[in-house]
Design a protein around this ligand. Sequence first.
Ligand code: PEP
Ligand code: CO
Length: 450
Amino acid sequence: MTYPEWSPSSWRSHPAAQQPEWPDERELKEALNALRALPPLVFAGEARSLKTALARAGRGDAFVLQAGDCAEAFGNFSADSIRDKLKIILQMAVVLTYASGLPVIKVGRIAGQFAKPRSTPNEAVDGRELPSFRGHAVNDAAFDEISRRADPGRLVRAYHQSAATLNLIRAFTKGGFADLRQIHVWNQEFVAASSQGRRYEAMAAQIDGAMRFMAACGVNLEADSTLHEVDLFVSHEALLLEYEEALTRRDSLSDEWYCCSAHMLWVGERTRQPDGAHVEFLAGVRNPIACKVGPIATVDELTTLCERLNPDNEPGRLTFISRMGVGAIEEALPPLLAGVKASGHDVVWICDPMHANTFVTGSGLKTRRFGDILGEIKAFFAVNHQEGTVPGGVHLELTDEDVTECLGGGDDILDDEHLRERYRALCDPRLNATQSLDLAFDVGEMLQTG
Ligand code: PEP
Ligand code: CO
């Protein structure tokens, strides 16, 4: 099917929520012209491979691990930090694969996750009002006039940081670091010292043993690239439509449009209006795409989104990311799973147990409880089983760092005071590496028991 009225800029005639107000039109034009002239960050063929992999997850033959920062930062950017982010994703993926026997599709919230939707356009502190922080692609978090000014030059910087990040991801994933024989190296020191880290070491030793056994049986492990390389796909919220438009290119092989800023793009809970600009934009690019689904969504809305975003009912094209909250999921999700299934639309359902479990502590820190996160994933598996649908994966906010942003879990972060020790979130609170590994073991068990 073609979209006769669609073009990379057709979103401009639809209402676009959550767009920054750029104070200088000329600066914006210059930045967008620069972006249009820059090479694509990903290739259409890679996006198509991810779509094929996601179709498998929709059938229950693979499991999606989509994870990374809530908001990437311009400041926190180094080879070590990219390597360590990769370590935790590889660790979690191997835990999930070992437990479930399923291939794990690894999708980072990385190399482009620089823009944030906000609940209010302005923020007031001590009676002073300034524009809200919208992510490093727009402005800075510091509360002063200059930092909060929307600066289009940041769009170009976001592109370059994404390019450098992707470059290193490609090197690490294809150049030996992701080799299964490096399984022990992925266990960072502070994680290895925890009980989760020790459990991981025990599992890694079993995998070593299995590989030695296969080699002894004459299997040529050297020759099998699947043991030495992995695919890590990249994704972000397609929020800043001017940026996404500038990176949308026509694929020379298929003659179709792809948004080449990431392999997979999603539309957020605040921008998924079926007649809105974000849905219009994503409808015409051929990447695999996703849509957040909160507790206020209706079956009608979701089937309309399926018709708009995946009219050909192509498997793997559309993922719904359920983000209901541990208290709401058992009531809110089953009718949506059943309604979409009955409509005959093919979607992949995955669970974001983060965004509807956020709360602010007595002393004003945004946090989440590990128990709520785990509880929402458990309920996600249970209601999918009850409705005869497939729990296709998880979508998490986490970091490789030893932060104290979420309560509970492996580290047993218990209270406000403990949270303050290493609270470094630029936006939402993230699981640290130990909590993330803890969660991977729990999800692995859920996959095992089916
Ligand atoms: C996010 O994923 O960081 C986010 C803002 O999510 P949601 O749109 O589900 O609130
Ligand atoms: Co977030």
